[in-house]
Design a protein around this ligand. Sequence first.
Ligand code: ASP
Ligand code: MG
Length: 428
Amino acid sequence: MKVYKFGGASVKDVEGLKRVADILANTEGNVVAVVSAMGKTTNALEKLVPKLSVVEAEKILGEIEQYHLALACAVKLPFWHSVNVELERDFRELRVFVQEFNSENYDERYDYIVSMGEIMSTHIVSGYLKGEGIDNAWVDARHVIITDDKHRDAKVDFTKTQKQVKAQMMKAAKQNRIVITQGFIGKSDKEHPVTLGREGSDYTAAIIAYCADAESVTIWKDVPGVLNADPKKFADTVKLDHISYQDAIELAYYGASVIHPKTIKPLQNKNIPLFVKPFGDPAASGTCIDADSSPLPVPCFISKIDQVLLSLSPKDFSFIAEENLSLIFDCFAKHHVKVNMMQHSAINFSVCIDGAGFNGLTHGSTPTGSPQMGLLDELRENYRVLYNDNVELFTIRYYDQPTIDKLTKNRIVLLEQRSRYTVQMVVK
Ligand code: ASP
Ligand code: MG
């Protein structure tokens, strides 16, 4: 069995649906196709999570509904009817979640609302394929991907999930050859819908592949494969034909946006190759990620913008050792702040963190739950805190001096760290 993943950009319009159909029609053997929400639907659904007035919410809901109904028009009769019935039910459910579901827990409300994007998308994709004569089974990932109840970042229970993948997906694939299911979503042990973190559909594909012992995973993208740098930011990028699991996980972790960082582990654990292929040119070779550990032929560089460099020193002049470090990390964990790079000396701790929502960090982080003290306020109780915001973090794997010079030209390097294969720099 193969696992395919089609992202939101691949199913954003009728052109995309046609390509998905072509790719699936030309694939031999059983396939589980993991599909994301269409286009920018997840972003639109996120806007419905804070409580809005009925009029405001209806405006956003109406736009999402129109977009999906228009795409559903590409579904041929007689399947068009059933897709419309399903979408009607999906939107009825979504309206109930938006207007009547008043969970105390922001993240729980988020998961109820935002998970509907993938449900609607897969109803259309499945119906479209049927209309084109491609038989398939629609499987609800909320009955297969079983997790804990950490909303928006749910942790997968692989034992329970494997049982469901076998009982539902593999069985359906045997009968219908093609299974259409949702990325990004699952169900908690309390039977509530959950999500696996933004851009989590790649991870879903890897989970299913792991549980089904699939022969491979292919992520279909709007790029020729994995490049050595982001082509939107740098000229002269090179496509990489092959990447080891180890390099891939390092690059993804530090922000190469082509693959979700959680995707690699399940695949590495079962030695399942991952292909990243261009959606527009299915015959092209793309990039293969597997256990072959040969180093990359060129330096690979990734930039993470919108970073904040914090510098902490204990007010009581105590060393930055185990006790202070654990206090600091508890504080980061509590505020959901991700650490991207760190360095310490006797009484100083420098740390580069994601700056998105930095206002939340300074004034209490409303998006993730009950009002609380901001990260900085809390740190300031025990530490002198300085910060530089709007800095950029560069990670270069297989670095060389010309690449470092190119990236740091006319910039100030605030922090630098080198290991044998990787250099990281925070620059202003
Ligand atoms: N639809 C979700 C998102 O946009 C998951 C995904 O696309 O991978 O984040
Ligand atoms: Mg997406």
